[in-house]
Design a protein around this ligand. Structure first.
Ligand code: NAD
Length: 494
């Protein structure tokens, strides 16, 4: 190519380039990002990179979110974010940047493929190929926590119908697109009948619309045990945020290493791509870290932005490198590997293999243009909601029967004290002395006429009688029915 052709080529490349936002992160972040960008550029990725700073540096400047306003502008402009891991400083006051970015940009589905590369990376599970689709915004990650008494701290677990529906629809659409045959749901709805129960119910409702895909549900504890023992029985797994956070690390580790799994965080209009591991500060600056997790996340990004041809070139070159036994320390095994290399030498080895395909491992072939999966919510429920009582939480130390007697006296003409629980277990009436109690009592008041509506005014006057009697509420929860069905759980033992 002469210089005129070259500059014409460069101009065309630039015009076809897709703007993306990149953050180099902390710890091993800058090294693995450098290696990743070097590889994908060598494979022909057409990118216009906007760099932003997030993480430790920003936290240390006193910005507790770890991200500056100008960075949001870039993310909202490019709508594609390739992010290296960041360090969340220890101690209180700092919010996790990852959670902030996911929630602020509505990145509701966290997709984590966990695959083994037997016989080239040591694994207990040859043939493992599981995709974990984790709900990414709700559950216990709302960060809504309170201390209410000397003894008691609480965290609010929120599961919503639309949040669950779009995650589960995404799981099924993903399965259909990538020709996967089964979607499994994990919950703990034998215990959390309302929150996890909703997740399971929505799963069953959505599954009916995908008769071509098998569906099944497991209680998360036995499901997790099965996943660790026989991952080959699973294909796509959809699950609430906390279980997904834990189980995707377990799945990546038993596949071979947390260092080789990438993830995408998908929203309606923005997507973020990152390794699943953290910033591994102890390995930072030593040219040791495995860049594969971030590189495979970048492969997912290239597919997302319609550069499937480049994604295939990168992924196949990576598979060939792994197959040739060129391994970083975390996956190096003297019986399997040919050479132990550092981060930048690993990147060189992948670049040398661009254009090659693996011979034993299965080569990939991504479509060159792929429309992003778009989700439309369909489940519409409008139930009749009626107020039928109140749970009042009281900070008090003493005997439940005494508390019960005092509350009976002030419950009034319209309301009656139905029960008192401590840590969810019924202790009044008819409690037993063996039940261990702390200083946080949930006292349930309902209408004296069973199932009848109560008036807000009655609840307000109850609260003022509680204050007068020296038993003020530290928190209250309204009790509602929806189309006549209780929207609250019973006490344990009620
Ligand atoms: P970590 O994943 O950073 O590291 C745990 C261990 O895994 C490391 O000591 C190392 O032995 C190994 N490891 C991880 N990535 C590797 C790689 N690419 N190559 C080779 N070995 C690798 O977990 P941690 O030590 O619990 O967390 C460190 C920091 O990372 C914390 O501040 C945490 O908040 C943060 N973190 C960030 C993200 C993110 O940005 N998405 C995710 C998890 C943790």
């Amino acid at each position: 190519m002469d210089s005129e052709d070259r500059s014409q080529f460069d101009r065309t490349q630039l015009e076809n380039s897709v703007p993306i936002t990149v953050a180099n992160g902390d710890g091993i972040g800058p090294e693995i990002m450098k290696a990743t960008l070097r590889i994908i550029k060598a494979a022909g990725a057409r990118l216009k990179i906007e760099e932003i700073q997030v993480g430790e540096e920003v936290y240390k400047r006193g910005i507790s979110s770890g991200i500056e306003p100008s960075a949001w502008e870039s993310l909202r402009r490019t709508r594609v974010f390739l992010k290296a891991p960041i360090t969340t400083p220890e101690g209180g006051g700092y919010k996790s940047l990852n959670v902030t970015v996911r929630k602020t940009l509505g990145l509701y589905a966290n997709v984590r493929p966990c695959q083994s590369y037997d016989p080239f990376i040591k694994t207990k599970h040859p043939g493992m190929d599981v995709v974990i689709v984790r709900e990414n915004e709700e559950d216990l990650y709302g960060g809504i926590e309170h201390r209410q008494t000397e003894d008691v701290f609480q965290c609010l677990k929120l599961i919503t119908r639309p949040g669950t529906e779009r995650l589960i629809r995404y799981g099924f659409e993903y399965a259909r697109r990538y020709r996967r045959h089964k979607v499994t749901c994990f919950t703990k709805d034998n215990i959390m009948k309302m929150t996890d129960g909703l997740f399971h119910k929505v799963f069953d409702e959505v599954a009916k619309e995908y008769p071509d895909i098998q569906s099944e549900h497991w209680i998360v504890d036995i499901g997790a045990a099965k996943l660790a023992d026989r991952p080959e029985d699973f294909d796509v797994i959809v699950l609430p945020n906390l279980y997904g956070d834990i189980l995707s690390d377990v799945a990546a580790q038993i596949a071979g290493s947390v260092g080789i799994a990438g993830s995408s965080n998908i929203g309606d209009s923005v997507a973020m791509f990152e390794a699943i591991h953290g910033s591994a500060p102890r390995r930072a600056g030593q040219n040791m870290a495995n860049p594969s997790g971030l590189l495979l996340a970048a492969v997912q990004m290239l597919v997302h932005i319609g550069q499937g041809d480049v994604a295939s070139r990168v992924h196949n070159a990576w598979l060939k490198t792994i197959e040739d036994g060129i391994h970083t320390y975390d996956i190096y095994n003297k019986d399997i590997s040919m050479e132990k290399v550092g981060t930048s030498e690993f990147a060189d080895a992948v670049i040398e293999r661009i254009g090659m395909k693996p011979t034993v491992l299965k080569a990939v072939d991504y479509p060159s243009k792929l429309e992003p999966i778009k989700i439309t919510l369909k489940i519409k429920n409008k139930a009749k909601k009626e107020l039928v009582g109140i749970d009042v939480f009281i900070d008090w130390e003493g005997d439940p029967n005494e508390l019960g007697r005092r509350l009976e006296k002030i419950s009034g003409d319209d309301l009656k004290l139905v029960m008192i629980t401590n840590r969810g277990t019924k202790v009044y009436p008819d409690g037993i002395p063996e039940t261990f109690c702390v200083d946080h009592w949930r006292c349930r008041f309902q209408s004296r006429v069973n199932g009848n509506r109560v008036q807000y005014e009655d609840l307000i006057s109850l609260q003022s009688r509680l204050v007068d009697s020296g038993l003020p509420a530290v928190k209250t929860e309204g009790l509602y029915t929806f189309d006549g069905k209780p929207g609250y759980s019973l006490g344990q033992g009620q």
